[in-house]
Design a protein around this ligand. Structure first.
Ligand code: KIV
Length: 268
């Protein structure tokens, strides 16, 4: 079966990694955009807490509530027929394993998602292990962690020195060992992201992490050229020249699959 057909499942994403087939991921927050991305062949739709910035208009993701994530997840699930759906656990919704499980369960039960994502490394492993033991698949998120923006002092590249690169690799291995099935790597040097992607069995999805990841993700508004303020280095506008939103998403899917996006100019 070609990658353009059939419902995308977790085993299928793992097979794509094993086969060296790149995974195309975009964020979405409602049914209409989701349907267009789904028709364009996007494999995974992430209901990102980036909605705090691109939908609600805030400067961070920290204002997003679990109720909002459930609402937008349900909207996205209504629009998808092929894509696999991941939703972010929002800020402070996973302080303990038990709280994480109760909150994640709402995203699965009421939101209709297929996987939840949480930010952080080895300190989150116990939470990941518990969610997985309750049959809730988990995506990790390492590198630039938007929910830690105040602790990090802004949005900028992470793991630029040898010690933090080694720590990040160990975080990635720890999350995989705890049972995470997917990993987002945000804003880290391309060389490190390539090394982590080769070291892990699970698919690593990059954003500002170079072309050697197993897949790519962009925020929908960014790839449609709608981002406010200075455009981050890793963003490319796929709408200009594409003629339609579905065409832009199809161009993105094609560029990701062919290893043509991101280029060196989009990487660190
Ligand atoms: O919230 C989000 O959209 C994300 C992506 C930037 C990976 O986490």
């Amino acid at each position: 079966m070609s990658s353009a057909q059939g419902k995308v499942t977790l085993p299928r994403l793992l097979r794509m990694k094993a086969a060296g087939e790149k995974i195309a991921v975009l964020t979405a927050y409602d049914a209409g955009f989701t349907a267009a991305l789904d028709r364009a062949g996007v494999d995974v739709i992430l209901v990102g807490d980036s909605l705090g910035m691109v939908v609600k208009g805030g400067g961070t993701t920290l204002t997003v509530t679990l109720d909002e994530m459930v609402y937008h997840s349900r909207c996205v699930a209504s629009g998808a027929s092929r894509a696999f759906i991941i939703a972010d656990l929002p800020f402070m919704s996973y302080p303990t394993a038990e709280a994480a499980a109760q909150n994640a369960a709402r995203l699965f039960r009421e939101g209709g998602v297929n996987m939840v994502k949480l930010e952080g490394g080895r300190s989150r492993c116990e939470i990941v292990r518990f969610l997985v033991s309750q049959n809730m698949p988990v995506c990790g998120h390492l590198g630039l962690l938007p929910q830690s923006v105040h602790a990090l002092g802004g949005y900028h590249m992470q793991a630029g020195d040898e010690a933090s690169a080694q720590a990040l690799l160990e975080d990635a291995l720890g999350l995989q060992e705890a049972g995470a099935s997917l990993l987002v790597l945000e804003c880290i040097p391309a060389r490190l992201a390539g090394e982590i992607s080769r070291a892990l069995r699970i698919p690593c999805i990059g954003i500002g992490a170079g072309v050697d990841c197993d897949g790519q993700v962009l925020v929908l508004h960014d790839m449609l050229g709608m981002g406010a303020g200075k455009r981050p280095r890793f963003v490319k506008d796929f709408l200009s020249g594409a003629g339609s939103i579905e065409g832009a998403a199809a161009a993105y899917v094609e560029a990701v699959r062919a290893g043509q996006f991101p280029g060196p100019e989009h990487s660190y």
